[in-house]
Design a protein around this ligand. Sequence first.
Ligand SMILES: Nc1nc2c(c(=O)[nH]1)N[C@H]1C(S)=C(S)[C@@H](COP(=O)(O)OP(=O)(O)OC[C@H]3O[C@@H](n4cnc5c(=O)[nH]c(N)nc54)[C@H](O)[C@@H]3O)O[C@H]1N2
Ligand SMILES: Nc1nc2c(c(=O)[nH]1)N[C@H]1C(S)=C(S)[C@@H](COP(=O)(O)OP(=O)(O)OC[C@H]3O[C@@H](n4cnc5c(=O)[nH]c(N)nc54)[C@H](O)[C@@H]3O)O[C@H]1N2
Ligand code: SF4
Ligand SMILES: [Mo]
Length: 767
Amino acid sequence: MKENQDITLMSGSVQGGKVSRRGFLKGSALAGLSLGVAGTGLVGCAPKQQAGDELADTGEGATSAVGYQYEAETAEGEWHHSACSRNCFDTCMIMSKVVDGRLVQVCGDKNNPYTAGGLCVKTQNYVDYVYREDRILYPMKRTGKKGPGCTFERISWDEAIQTITDTWKQIIAENGGEAITWFRYQGNQGAIHRRCLEPLFFKMGATYHEASMCNNGYVFSLPYTTGSITVMRAEDIANKDLYISWSHNPAAGSLHTMKFIKEMHKAGGKIAVVNPVRVPECEWADLHVQLLPGTDGAFALGVAKYLMDAGKIDEQFIAEWSIGYEDYARSAAEWTADKVAAECAIPAEQVGQFAELLWENRENACLKTGLQLGRRNNGGMSHISIKMLTGLIGHPECYFNMTSSGGYGVNTAANLDMFTETVPSESSDASTIRNYSSPALGKVLTGVNYGEGHDFATNPIRSIMIFGGNPMVSNPNQNLVREGLEREDLFTVVHDIFVTPTVEYADIVLPAPTFFEYEEFNGGYGHNYDCFNEKVIEPLGECKDNLELCNLLGQAMGYNDAVFNRTYDDMRALFLDGKDYTYDELVKNGWYDVAPKTWEAQLEEGFGTPSKKFQFACDELEADHGTRTVIYTPDPESASQAPELFAKYPLYLVSPSAKEFLNGVFGNMEDNNLLFGESYVFLNEADAQARGISDGDEVTVFNDRGSLSRKARIVEGVMAPGTACTYKSTWSTVTGVENVNCVTTDSQADFGRGVAFQSCLVEIAKA
Ligand SMILES: Nc1nc2c(c(=O)[nH]1)N[C@H]1C(S)=C(S)[C@@H](COP(=O)(O)OP(=O)(O)OC[C@H]3O[C@@H](n4cnc5c(=O)[nH]c(N)nc54)[C@H](O)[C@@H]3O)O[C@H]1N2
Ligand SMILES: Nc1nc2c(c(=O)[nH]1)N[C@H]1C(S)=C(S)[C@@H](COP(=O)(O)OP(=O)(O)OC[C@H]3O[C@@H](n4cnc5c(=O)[nH]c(N)nc54)[C@H](O)[C@@H]3O)O[C@H]1N2
Ligand code: SF4
Ligand SMILES: [Mo]
């Protein structure tokens, strides 16, 4: 690829902003400590190292969260406001320094209470990320085979657009728009660029892609239970008496929250963690419920029964503010502590311990659930079972998932409604046209007929455009996705910043800019700020952003609609419509604090459910999911539901976030890979012993869907017996070993057509 790129862009002050050797060594020494304790930060020093002191001490031009030191600390240059557009809870407010049109330094905005001057370990090389030699700078077309070993040659934008639109026009004439589809995921969380290309495909009548891999288990369970509860902000955690972390690991996924958790811990607050993995927060925890993956629903019902039996429930709230309590109580009745203990593989007394902590601290608690919980076959129901507890104690306001959430940010910048005139919202019924949700990508591309409305055999997909997505890293059942992308008769267009493992399958590659190269508005799902991202440098090479690309393609298709002629002025006006601040105010400050509702105001409106009440049970749940209230159904991929499968593959594998990568982003960065270290699979001591596996052994993780080469990592107490963990995100093209999604299932989760990544039985053997 290198010969196609403008070498002059890579010379000169490219070193500016790269971490110095000294700085990097300091960083890796700290990371080494973490690896030494538990490997890539699963336990041990992560809170100390990342969350507290270092973050608090960082500031402009200072050392970063892991002790990096920038070489380009220079008094020259101007500072501008940027916002990290990654799909990350934290959406950091960034200060970017530019000298003579070049980005030379980035650091966290110290004026913002959430970012507080510190970025994360992943982004310490943001300047390098922008100017890396492997940036795609020009449109390219494929010259060899698809996949590893692919070759491309540079073409002009004119040729690229002409080739793409000629092919699409021909396909539409021959097979209709449905023979074309798109795959957009969340690589860019910005309000403008996240979805702005989608109107093009809607206009073409293309097969509709419903993006469902992330938070559907949570979002689609809301309407049955509470609607979104939007009163908590991350900063509030510092003043809580109890913080519950349920299926969440902020030390990796929402780093900036760690300082508030640490603050509350120092002030004597209690912490409870519910997670099959001993995550860093456990160091501070009073209780760690290390249950079997997928058994959360049983544990929550057990806690409910304990509280009901002890009379530790808020009868007034239940009477005035809820419906369906009797159904709920009947469902919980069978979940004795002993039964819970057997299902979850935990000590029975933990049910009561957890329940007592919750009841004692109910006036001032935070129950934070992560999103991983929902990415399994019983995941939506697990979310519901946990939410029910907050109604039982009369404090639904303690429930916290994403800030101001009703999907992505009701009152934050990630405003999906900007495109609803031309694209139906993701939650709407797009069934008038052929559609698929993310997990089905492999089936769609390989021409499977998987049910009514999903016949991809009769009228196969002939072209796909992928943008803001990296399915060869992030999608489940990757071997099937690969089989589809390998099809010689599939015309694939990929728009991305780097040659990801997905780009290797493209017929036409289009160069995308980084967020430093265009204007954007962002809103975090971990904080309550609307953020401004200034265009601080010109796009590198011939990169074109999603908005520009939409206009180019739309016009070349011959469409005259206004949506294919949008300017940044149009986007600003759309975005600012209904906001409490002006553009100038946002630009000047870089962010705007969108205060969440108070609990009183929320109650005045009632709950966002059909009854306006907290719904312990409801008809809608029965109509859609066959039960009026929450029930616990074991995961279909589990010992009790699939005994034959379990006999072959008796380990429950989870694949959560790594702190060094953000989904597939940074998978190509040397320093991130160095900090990440080897691709490990974490095992329980007893499971390892039973298989003759020692720490550091080369092992194979496998099931019927595929296999992974890993190094075994065995650290006492990190994994519960019968469970294993390996991280998402890695690029097989960089690590040389398979990405975890070679073994994950593409079966649909129970709510919102999501993905059951975490419903994954495997066996592990010495290689
Ligand atoms: N096993 C397992 N798999 C998982 C998960 C898991 O927990 N376990 N998590 C799932 C979750 S929660 C998610 S959200 C998905 C994420 O899946 P993806 O959204 O596919 O992941 P990303 O790597 O964040 O982004 C994809 C690509 O978008 C590109 N990109 C960034 N900005 C732009 C832009 O402006 N324009 C264009 N055209 N491209 C851009 C990036 O360079 C990147 O290559 O992965 C899922 N996959
Ligand atoms: N560093 C980093 N940060 C990220 C991301 C990343 O890739 N890297 N991804 C971002 C994205 S797209 C998203 S959606 C969010 C995801 O946010 P989360 O879903 O909160 O993140 P994870 O860390 O993947 O998973 C949280 C925890 O769930 C646990 N877990 C897995 N299965 C179960 C279960 O059955 N029960 C219980 N109780 N726990 C379980 C895992 O052990 C893990 O510690 O994070 C975002 N932040
Ligand atoms: S990846 Fe997340 S934590 Fe890191 S700088 Fe971006 S928003 Fe902040
Ligand atoms: Mo996600």
